[in-house]
Design a protein around this ligand. Sequence first.
Ligand code: ASP
Ligand code: MG
Length: 457
Amino acid sequence: MIIMKFGGSSVADAQKIRHVASIIERAGKTARVGVVCSAMKGITDLLIEAATIAESGDAQYTVPLGTIRERTLAVIDDLFPDNSTIHTRIEKQLSELSDILHGIELVRECSPRSMDLIMSFGERMNNMIIAAFLNASGHKAEYIDTRKLIVTDAQFGNASVLLSESYKRIRQEIARINGIPVITGFIAATEQGYTTTLGRNGSDYTASLVGAALDSERVEIWTDVDGVLSADPRYVPNAFVLPEISIEDAMELSYFGAEVIHPYTMLPAVDRDIDIYIKNTLAPEVPGTRISRKAPASISPITGVASIESVALMNIEGGGMLGMPGVASKVFRILSEALVNVIMISQASSEHSICIVCRGKEIKKAETALRKGLEQELMSKKIQRIDIQNNLEIVAIVGKNMKGQPGISGRLFSALGNAGVNVLAIAQGSSERNISFVIQSKEREAALRTVHAAFLE
Ligand code: ASP
Ligand code: MG
């Protein structure tokens, strides 16, 4: 069996759904196919918007709800001009959604649990539509709601999957049906049956969970780019599609905002040794990128250049941190309690300062929490200062070939030096699969192009 996952942009309207159906049909000629789909592009955001407005007690939530309704009905009117069954089914979903939002407006409260329930409508409606369309085009297909199959903990919004129970249920359910299963991405449920979600863009992860449970031959992630690229093509004109990369490199690249694939996707695949393919819905003939355990070593020591935009750096400095265990732990505890996600850390062995990088939009929250949490240390001058720098970018060279190879960082930093790019902080883990550094956003293009040219051109 092969699992084909189509992202929101691949199934964004009626015409695209028709096109996706033709891709599924072609694949179905040579293999048994399972399909996982996201919500239509933009619908999850609209659902969140509607819930947020409703929570403030404002009846204007009906505006985004109306857009959801219009877009969904436009798709079914186009795909099924005279099929009343699917119209009734979708109307029922829309009215249930409307009732829930009205309830949120009245109680003025939208817990993460309610938010997950609301977000789940995007995947549910879209997969119902796609299953119905496949059936209407003469392929036996069955809509599968993963809330019955994927069991998670109760961390709403970003739930963790209970693997063995989920695998068992997926296997049982898929064995039961004989057509094409059309499976909701992104959504799951707790043991008690409360709807959960696997984190934004989590449908990729759903696809690999299903693939792993079924011991699939491969998992295909269909999106709107040709594959995983060697760098961000918006800034590096010479960026190219990587034909084959290792699972480790795919993880490194995706953690670094390559955003082609959700990083968790690789986890079940590593476990079961399943290859993942990144394919372009707009150009199905393009081979795409294959992510596998057996990826051949590339000629270059690095696989790609990754970058994260709009980050900020916090430098915590003070003589009192020297030889004092617990300062770092305190800093990270404060940040974690403030729900700030730390992307990069660097501390020199003089222990005089700790440098922390997070998303630019989280920096205010981080600074406030730290100034408050470290009040004592600041007053006693154990910590002398906390400095913030905004408008930065992390760039990373990634590749498992770097391991044990001397001279890589020399090459990297002399190339940057020659190009006049100033480096503010550096981090390399002992896995040696990633060297990350921070630069000012205005030097982004120069840095990315220089590094790409130095290693990959
Ligand atoms: N629809 C969800 C989101 O927008 C999940 C996904 O697209 O994979 O985050
Ligand atoms: Mg996606």
